[in-house]
Design a protein around this ligand. Structure first.
Ligand code: SF4
Length: 53
């Protein structure tokens, strides 16, 4: 079943490029490493990301 997580991170192995969706049923969102400044870009990233080979 296709998940309902919209994502356009094409370098991730779980990304469905043509549909810009995540193929996982759930993901973990986590703060980016060394980020403690409160900006959305730095405080939230996908902890389930795995680089596509
Ligand atoms: S695991 Fe994270 S980065 Fe990868 S496609 Fe899913 S939501 Fe996007």
């Amino acid at each position: 079943m296709m998940s309902k997580i919209n994502c356009s991170v094409c370098s991730c192995k779980f990304n469905s490029k043509e549909h810009e969706k995540c193929t996982l049923s759930a993901i973990q969102v986590a703060p980016c490493a060394f980020a403690h400044n409160g900006s959305p870009e730095a405080e939230t990233c996908c902890g389930s990301y795995i680089k596509e080979k």
